[in-house]
Structures are given as structure tokens and as C-alpha cells.
Design a protein around this ligand. Structure first.
Ligand code: BG6
Length: 509
């Protein structure tokens, strides 16, 4: 089957007579990648652009201009990208056309003269290619450089959008958006010195995962789930993002961030808001983001003086993962041998609103756990009265709805049935929907989706600053307390790599 979820038109999304939201192929533009010799460019950005190219979804014409401190020529940059894309193999399909869109320019990030000369270089490239001048600046650099680059893009005139409205300039910022409320606000103020809100795209790649997007469709395009999606029927909700990988080569960043900044301030909060939000009146970027913000506003302030009863923090020791011996966090290269950085957290949070009053949300994320698994599990209450108690006891396993995000994108409803035979015995059964089943369009990688959305100017899957600030307002006091408290070492529970992590809370199933 050909791709059916895109049509080549003027670029505007529209709804056809069926039930798909079709996206157009974006109009001509360029992407300028700051940090082009870095890891994110090699692992995510270039492979995603290449896949979009293979699927025929890149604009025509299109330019990819890498910028970085390394002094590559265009040819050297192409050779490096080719080696990253096809390690040890012959070049893949479509490479020569893709390579012809790739260019490189050396830039010293804190030197305005480089930006000025880049500006005229870029104009010449665009002139040649006929892209017309619309540009994305993708900041694939360490967060400490975001403000410098945004300021110098502005000072050199690169952030501007000519009057008239057809040529645009957008800036893409990766998480972390600051390291607490104050730094997040400062970053935002700096970005806004030269960019307007509609030009700023704050990426959270979790939002672009197909199944994460499907949460809203599942909840709000079906009439049967919404009436039970509340405190009357739901006992608690588990949101889990477990990873089997360790910190790898990112120890410098991770030592500063820890699991709360790395996973909770962004991905976990997005999963929470999608699970808990009310339906917006329209599927439109700001209306969806308004509802998410209402969830963040309802977060009950965390009992920071009673952390032990609401937060479990852990750090991995050496252990076995996938049959291989792996080092403990403190033995990873670049990690302080006495590090107190948490690599695991379980947090119990409550939302103070009518829908969720009293329902605990358990959010768990950790590295070097037994397996990589991301899921949202809605755990319903038990039946109010068991007429089977003389046969099977008082308790009947309660229903659950599991929204699997990784490894399997699927939705599973568990319920009780009678075991076949003469005797009355209950058994749990599951009804499964696998996301790929019966699909006639291929799914896109999260980065492909976000890149396409930036080109189309659709901000639905990006953070808005009010959401960022509300989440920092909630998390900063917790992080501050954890980092300041004298019992910090006692709080940290060590777990062997390859295990399920330290024990969570009672009440959590
Ligand atoms: C990133 C975190 O944002 O998300 C990483 O910085 C984490 O530490 C990753 O491993 C997880 O993403 P995914 O898509 O593999 O679940």
C-alpha cells in the first residue's frame, strides 16, 4: 500500500471524507542544525531526515545545513553523515540525492562575526537551491549554549521573518528547558528577545510516539471509556517508563540531571497530562495544550517534608542485563564514585480536581532495569460486592486497561471470565489491540514526526512555556529538597542492574 496519511498539496492539514487527519508535504525550506557533529544529529536528526526523504515527505527543494565548531568541508560532512547512516555497508537507496541537499558551515557559537558571515552564506545557498528563505534552526547542542545561540541568531538578523507572512523562521529547542523554574524562565526570556512564541518549538519526542498520540483518540473518540475514567471507577494509575540501558556516554549530563530532571519534568508529565486531562472542545494545538496545563495546575503540592512516604529514589549497582554483566552507576565513566544522583524514581502524585480527587498516580522511571517497557496502566476498583465470595474469597482481580507504548504498541483490557468446566472458577482474560494490526500506513519514528510538524508549523506536539513552568514549579521544590537534605544518602536505595528497581509503595499493584 502507498502511504495514505499524507497528501501532496499546499501544505495545510485538512480532514478528508474518511477519518484521517491528512498532513501535507511542507513547502520549500531549509533546516540549519547547530551541533551538526554531535551525537543527536548522528543518531536522530539525520536518520529521520533521510527516512522522510525515502518516504517522499521532504519538501522540494530542501536544504540541510550542518553547523558546528569542527571545520568540515561540505564533502567531509557528507562523508561523516554517510558513514553514520550506513556503518560498514554500501550507501543506501536515495543517498546521492539526499547528500546533494547536505551542506556544512563552521561556526563558533559565541562569535557574532560567524553568524553574520553565515547569514550571507545561507542566503547564497538558498538562492541556488530555490528554497525561498524559510528556515528552521535546530539547537542540537548542549543546553548551556541555547541562550548564546538564540541571542546571536537574533543579533545577526537570522531570527527575523520578513513582513508579508510567507517566509518563516523557527527555532527548535530540545529538553531540558532549564534545570529549575528560574533557569527555565530565563531561557524563555532570552528566546523571546528575538523570537515570538509561534516561532519556538520545544521538543518532547514522547509526544510524537504513535501510541502516545493514540491516548487522546482512544479516550475521546470512544464513548465507552470516558464515563469510567474518573475517581468513581479508577483505583489508581501507574505510569511507567523503564529502561534497560544505563547512562552510556552521557554521564556528564546525567550527573547534573538525574532521573527527575531527565524523565519526570518532561516525558512523565506529558504522559500524566494525556491520561488525566479533560477533553478539549477541538483537536487544535492550543486547546489541547490548555487542557494539559489545567492538569498541571491541579497537581497537589508535593509533601516535601514527608518525602519518604511519597517518593522512592534509587541508583543501580552492577548486575546482569540481557545476560551481560554491566557496571553500577558509580562505576560508569565520568560518574563520581560517591555520586548520589538518582537513576530511578517512583513518585505518588494526586490531582486536586473533581475527576481525580483521591486517586493516586504512581509515576516510575529508571535506568538499567530488567527490560525496556513504557506503559500507562489504568487500574479500576474492585467490584463493590462479590457474590462469589463463598467460592473464591472476598477479592476479585480488578479490571485494568493497559496502554502499551514500548515494546509493543498496544491496548489491553483485562477482565474476569468463567473457567470452562462444571465448577465455578474465575480466570483473568485479556482483550488485545495491537497498534500495527490492520494498519495500512507505516508508522513514523517520533523524530520524523516532530521534524515534519516543525516544517508544517504545527505546535500540537510541542511544549508551551506555561506547561514547562508549571511542571518546574511542581518538581523544583522536590528536587531542591532531595538535593539539600542531609539524609540524601539514606534516601537513595540501591538496586542491582537488571532488577525491577527498589520496591515502590504499598497499594501499588
Ligand atoms: C530521553 C532521556 O529524553 O529519553 C534519556 O534523556 C532516555 O535518558 C530517553 O533514555 C528515553 O526515550 P525512549 O524514546 O527511548 O523511551
Amino acid at each position: 500500500m502507498p502511504e495514505i496519511d499524507y497528501l501532496q498539496d499546499d501544505g495545510a492539514p485538512f480532514i478528508p471524507s474518511g477519518s484521517c487527519l491528512l498532513e501535507g508535504i511542507p513547502g520549500p525550506c531549509s533546516i540549519v542544525i547547530m551541533g551538526a557533529s554531535g551525537d543527536l544529529t548522528a543518531r536522530k536528526i539525520i536518520p529521520s531526515l533521510y527516512n522522510l526523504h525515502l518516504k517522499g515527505l521532504l519538501p522540494e527543494p530542501f536544504l540541510i545545513v550542518g553547523c558546528g565548531r569542527t571545520g568540515y568541508s561540505d564533502e567531509e560532512f557528507r562523508a561523516v553523515m554517510r558513514k553514520d547512516l550506513f556503518p560498514g555497508t554500501a550507501e543506501g537507496r536515495g543517498w546521492s540525492r539526499f547528500a546533494s541537499m547536505l551542506y556544512y558551515r563552521q561556526i563558533l557559537y559565541d562569535d557574532l562575526s560567524y553568524y553574520r558571515s553565515f547569514s550571507s552564506h545561507m542566503a547564497a545557498l538558498e538562492n541556488n537551491a530555490g528554497t525561498g528563505g524559510s528556515r528552521i534552526f535546530y539547537l542540537a547542542v548542549p543546553p548551556s549554549l541555547y541562550e548564546t545561540i538564540a541571542l546571536l541568531l537574533g543579533k545577526s538578523g537570522l531570527s527575523g521573518e520578513p513582513a508579508g507572512g510567507t517566509i518563516w523562521t523557527r527555532i527548535v529547542v530540545e529538553k531540558p528547558f532549564g534545570r529549575d523554574l528560574e533557569t527555565a524562565r530565563r531561557l524563555d526570556r532570552t528566546l523571546h528577545q528575538h523570537f515570538s512564541e509561534s516561532q519556538i518549538f520545544r521538543i518532547d519526542h514522547y509526544l510524537a510516539k504513535e501510541t502516545v498520540q493514540n491516548v487522546l483518540i482512544f479516550r475521546f473518540a470512544n464513548a465507552i471509556f470516558e464515563p469510567i475514567w474518573n475517581r468513581r471507577y479508577v483505583d489508581h494509575i501507574d505510569i511507567t517508563a523503564a529502561e534497560s540501558l544505563g547512562v552510556g556516554h552521557r554521564s556528564g549530563y546525567y550527573e547534573e540531571a538525574g532521573v527527575l530532571r531527565d524523565m519526570f519534568q518532561n516525558h512523565m508529565m506529558q504522559l500524566l497530562s494525556l491520561t488525566a486531562m479533560d477533553p478539549p472542545s477541538q483537536f487544535e494545538a492550543d486547546m489541547v495544550r490548555d487542557e494539559k496545563v489545567r492538569v498541571y495546575r491541579s497537581l497537589r503540592p508535593f509533601p516535601v517534608h514527608d518525602l519518604d512516604n511519597h517518593l522512592v529514589l534509587g541508583q543501580y549497582n552492577a548486575g546482569m542485563v540481557d545476560g551481560k554483566r554491566v557496571p553500577g552507576y558509580r562505576e560508569e565513566p565520568g560518574v563520581d564514585p560517591d555520586s548520589l544522583t538518582p537513576t530511578f524514581a517512583t513518585m505518588r502524585v494526586f490531582l486536586d480536581n473533581w475527576r481525580w480527587q483521591g486517586v493516586p498516580f504512581y509515576m516510575t522511571s529508571g535506568k538499567r532495569l530488567a527490560k525496556k517497557e513504557t506503559e500507562i496502566k489504568i487500574c479500576f476498583k474492585e467490584v463493590p460486592h462479590s457474590m462469589f465470595r463463598s467460592i473464591i474469597g472476598e477479592h476479585i482481580t480488578a479490571n485494568t486497561i493497559k496502554i502499551g507504548i514500548y515494546p509493543e504498541e498496544k491496548i489491553t483490557l483485562s477482565f474476569q471470565t468463567k473457567n470452562p468446566g462444571m465448577r465455578i472458577c474465575l480466570r483473568s482474560a485479556e482483550m488485545d489491540f495491537s497498534y500495527e494490526q490492520g494498519m495500512d500506513a507505516t508508522t513514523k519514528d517520533a523524530y520524523e514526526k516532530v521534524l515534519l510538524d516543525v516544517m508544517l508549523g504545527d505546535q500540537m506536539l510541542f511544549w508551551r512555556q506555561d506547561g514547562v513552568e508549571l511542571c518546574w514549579s511542581f518538581l523544583s521544590p522536590i528536587i531542591a529538597e532531595c538535593e539539600a537534605c542531609s539524609g540524601r544518602a539514606d534516601m537513595l536505595r540501591f538496586y542491582p542492574a537488571g532488577s525491577k528497581g527498589p520496591q515502590g509503595f504499598s497499594g501499588q499493584r
